[in-house]
Design a binder for this molecule. Sequence first.
Ligand code: GLN
Length: 200
Amino acid sequence: MPAPVIGVLALQGAFAAHEDALRGLGVATRQVRTPADLAQVDALVMPGGESTTMSRLLRTSHMYQPLADRLGSGMPVFGTCAGMILLATEVIDGRPDQRSFGVIDLTVRRNGYGRQVDSFETDIEVRGLATPFHAVFIRAPKVMATGAAVEVLAVHDDVPVLAQQAHVMVASFHPEITPDARLHRMFLEHNGLSTEKERA
Ligand code: GLN
């Protein structure tokens, strides 16, 4: 089987650090900006940034429907922060014209941690990891409700902050800005996407 290529949606936001994290794990990456780029990848990371802007750029670059089709046919995806908003079924406090793909059964409130404490860092326990993960939240979405099919992998103050449903994994924080790629590895392993080191 050819080595998998992991795409990183590169329309806007924190995509470069995700690429670094994935490369550090020995997988091939590709920046995705067009439908042609999308056709070349086996999985996708949707980074943090600004979900309203990303939603608009997805439409103007003719990416929205091709991406919806790939997500609908099971392409693994890891959405962080704004990426989580774009994957959720319901968004509270979004802009009226912003659209989400609705592939993980979550209700999220955009900027839900409020203005006063809009950014913070904390160590969280993650199911499947032996030691805590340092999570950085930046104007993060807050999970208000989860559907029955959603597996919660970590909580902060009883609120889910890391979750998955089938091929869709989401984090409300930024796992790419700390030098700890365990969540990227978890995403790859959960979806059977092996790294170079494993194939060697
Ligand atoms: N508040 C941003 C949004 O609504 C998300 C912030 C982030 O991705 N760091 O899209």
